[in-house]
Ligand binder design. Sequence first.
Ligand SMILES: [Zn+2]
Length: 126
Amino acid sequence: MIDLALKQALRSQCRHRVGAVLLAGRRVIAASPNRRRNDPAVSFLHATFHAEEVVLRRAGRTTGSAVYVARVDAVGAARLAKPCPRCQVALIAAGVSRAYYTVDPHTIGTLDLDSLSLKPTRISSI
Ligand SMILES: [Zn+2]
């Protein structure tokens, strides 16, 4: 499935080419490269362009799904594509369980989003 994300990344028109694929079981529910803000396909109301955010917006039910994220460099080789903090928050809020991302051409990283918490911590308990 990381191959599908790499394929999406290669389609990107952005300087940093990232692609994301959202899967429910073995079924692809959304796939997209990152998008420029001025892309007609990107709503200004939700002027986001990270690939993860594009697939979340396109997908319906995302609870329990997995996202595959890939980034490619100028020659198309896989590079680190760990979801940024903003996307991690969006993925967790959407109930996505796991993120798999390219680290380099030979390595895939995993983020267990179910185990990351969005719950606020009381200052007095720190
Ligand atoms: Zn992001």
